[in-house]
Design a protein around this ligand. Structure first.
Ligand SMILES: *Cc1c(COP(=O)(O)O)cnc(C)c1O
Length: 370
């Protein structure tokens, strides 16, 4: 066995995907659903699992490198599209330096800057393609998008877009719960929908993808309060962690432990709880504080902050405490454990989103499936 490793439970993920399909499509009435793969760097087995679900419409990611992996995982048809009929969606507003790849690999691109849209139009024209886009609207979270308070500017940009022969404006998109930690609610999402309706009326167009957010919107959908007119959601955390991100609740029927990290113990020693000597800064430049709890039984596991995030790990043995760590080591408190841990034993942790992201990104962590 090679440690550290992530154990990915594909059965649980399959169930979680089905729960998200139920909430977004059957209950909230979305016509399309995008599942987001950046949390696991577009792992091929998970991508294939998503592709098996007929109710998922888009595979979405923030990084073009991850989206390119879809084509290897699923294969392509003669026309260069993904086998199985899923479309690709780019979440991060694109860099001007990656527009050739956008045209080549992306079916639907979220975007906000008119200058970039014009360059994308040129790139699409030279490839003989009409590029679908979603114009991002900022409803107050203050990350990407045109700010909702300036309608005039939004309509100016839409007018400009409609002049571009190789761009098709498919709809608008909003992202919350990120920079400003603003919670999607009935009021701000209703206003977002009204911007779509106003845009259709003013410009004589129809918009079919009104993308109402990420896993922070799940709680509204589950409560039957997603405003009518939202036709799409983009969900990552919801199917990966089984949680929603506005109030840290669980998605009903979903599993929260599809990702487990297993690491090997390389030292077990009884040592004092207080470091000995004059204290300065730790490995990351912080001055730590330690409480004197007398002698403790401590173990070191061979995994570190390069591979996971300490706050995002929950030991499956509830009597293990996580004491701290550095790039390559994590120290755990095994004083109160019933099991006698030994050097060479493996310990398991449930991974939250950021721990999962780091473990899936780290080339030092093996990926296994069950
Ligand atoms: C990451 C991301 C998502 C998915 O977020 P989750 O909270 O994981 O559901 C959706 N939209 C955008 C723009 C993103 O960057």
């Amino acid at each position: 066995m090679k440690y550290p490793r992530v154990i990915i439970d594909l059965k649980k993920l399959e169930n979680n995907i089905e729960q998200i399909v139920r909430v977004a499509k059957r209950e909230a009435g979305c016509t399309t659903l995008a599942l987001v793969t950046k949390g696991h760097c577009a792992d091929a087995e998970i991508v294939k699992l998503i592709a098996k679900n007929p109710d998922v419409d888009y595979l979405a990611d923030s990084r073009i490198e991850n989206i390119k992996k879809y084509y290897d995982a699923l294969g392509t048809s003669a026309s260069g599209k993904l086998n199985g009929g899923k479309k690709t969606m780019m979440l991060r507003i694109p860099m001007q330096s990656e527009l050739a790849d956008i045209v080549k690999y992306i079916d639907l691109c979220q975007i906000s800057e008119i200058e970039t849209i014009k360059l994308l139009n040129r790139e699409a024209a030279s490839a003989g393609k009409v590029q679908d886009i979603l114009l991002m609207i900022d409803m107050g979270d203050l990350r990407e998008g045109l700010i909702f308070t300036d309608r005039e500017r939004i309509h100016e940009v839409v007018s400009e877009i409609l002049k571009l022969a190789n761009i098709s404006l498919r709809g608008i998109s909003v992202n919350m719960n990120c920079y400003g930690a603003i919670i999607p609610k009935e009021d701000n999402l209703s206003e977002f929908v009204s911007i779509a309706r106003e845009t259709e009326e003013k410009h004589g167009i129809s918009l079919d993808v009104i993308s109402g957010g990420n896993s922070g919107t799940i709680y509204l959908a589950e409560a039957g309060k997603l405003p009518i007119g939202i036709t799409n959601l983009r969900i990552g955390e919801g199917y990966l962690q089984g949680t929603e991100s506005s109030y840290a609740g669980n998605v009903s029927g979903a599993d929260q432990d599809a990702f487990v990290l297993e690491a090997e113990i390389v030292e077990v020693q009884t040592k004092p709880s207080l470091p000995i000597g004059e204290s300065g800064l730790d490995a990351f430049g912080h001055a730590p504080y330690y409480e004197d709890k007398g002698d403790m039984k401590r173990a070191i596991i061979a995994v570190g902050k390069q591979d996971t995030e300490l706050d995002s790990m929950t030991p499956l043995d509830a009597k293990i405490g996580i004491m701290g760590g550095s790039s390559d080591h994590i120290i755990i408190d095994i004083t109160n454990c019933d099991k006698e841990y030994d050097v060479g034993d493996a310990v398991k942790f449930r991974l939250g989103y950021s721990g999962m992201l780091r473990a899936m990104t780290s080339e030092y962590v093996a990926k296994t499936y069950k």
